[in-house]
Design a protein around this ligand. Sequence first.
Ligand code: 5GP
Ligand code: ZN
Length: 110
Amino acid sequence: MSAECVFCKIARGEMGELLYEDDLSAAFADLNPQAPVHILVIPKVHAESLAHVEDEKLLGRLLAVANKLARERDLNGYRVVINTGKDGGQTVPHLHVHLLGGRTFGWPPG
Ligand code: 5GP
Ligand code: ZN
């Protein structure tokens, strides 16, 4: 894990509160929520983006955790987003899955 990376610090429990963790992943509330439910699910190991990970077990786990957290919140549908790289709108260089719910979303995204 990177010493400087904010999401690595959060995953280690050094910053803020975790909503969920297991051997591979951690989840926490987004600092600047874009929906009533806005949770980030991340790998505990540092990886810059989706484009940097080939581990299918890890990638599957991140989606399974997003699904589990959504189910626990009894949402009427939800959206999962992985912004990847500069044009993908990624601002934090540690892979994260956005779980958004509690409102209706439009398409296409901005
Ligand atoms: P991105 O634009 O990279 O897909 O999403 C980054 C997300 O991380 C944003 O929604 C932003 O609000 C959130 N974020 C940035 N820094 C922090 C932080 O220090 N703590 C938490 N909980 N969320 C953060
Ligand atoms: Zn990191």
